[in-house]
Design a protein around this ligand. Sequence first.
Ligand SMILES: [Zn+2]
Length: 332
Amino acid sequence: MSFSSVIKEELCRVEAPRECCTRAELAAVFCMNAAPIMAGAPDAVSQPPAAERDHIVTENAAFARRVFNLLRGLYRVSPDITIRKNRRLKKHAAYIVCAGAQSGPAHSPDADIDKLRRLTRKTCCKKAALRGAFLAGGSVTDPEKLYHLEIFCKRPEAARFFAELMARFSLKPKITARGEYEIVYVKESESIVNFLNVTGAHRALMSLENIRIVKEMRNSVNRIVNCETANLEKTVNASLRQIANIMYIRRTIGFDALPPSLREIAELRVGNREIGLLELGQIANPPLGKSGVNHRLRKLDQIAEELRGANGRRAGPSLSQKNQTFSIRERP
Ligand SMILES: [Zn+2]
């Protein structure tokens, strides 16, 4: 089942205890009626005639049942419901709920934007209208792939109205044209979460949050791995620099010229190139802490620098160790 279907299933079960909200939700559904009302795939349906403002056509049985129940609850009259097999609907059944069939247009909800505006003054009714609009023309992309929620509107004034409603709940809606129709959409995961909260799809909200957490965790693991790689590279570069300096000392003055403590570390470093400072300290005799090893290696760096300086004064400029860079792939 697609994420859109999961949300719609849940929204169809949201209770509408107040009459004001029932009116607002139905008005939103029937305002969307000028657009093809299809769960999931609005583009797949042919256009209903503009005059058919008192009925909805949908492939979604739960949505058809909800509209039927809301109409019956509000007008105390059972609306007509028919099932149509349609090849254009890929052989899925289409449910047609007809509001005014039995008792005339007086028992039809308002499909007019101005009336819908008056019906949605209260916050509870705004929420109900957004729920109706989403049930009638909304869809959400699989959040594993992309954060995208949209409401497909045939009439531009409907798109503007629902965008206004969404903005009231800080949902940051945008409007774009798709062919001759307009789409109200939100892109941010935060806004989609808020939309699900506002319309009452709390279980879908939880599963979206879980997907969000896993995605964020994956990103932060990648960040940590990248950071550790960078640290490793720094350690390797430092080790390469130390070894180059020690080899320079051996070539110029020889290890015999070093004090015994420095000579030991110099020999251990050259003999064990792959290990870290901690392990290097452990094989010293007596064992040294990491900072002790670091201290001695810095001294060796210093001696090498001084030797280079002295040689430079005698034999002209030589390669400056400070500006020399090493990468992991290079071995001295
Ligand atoms: Zn209300």
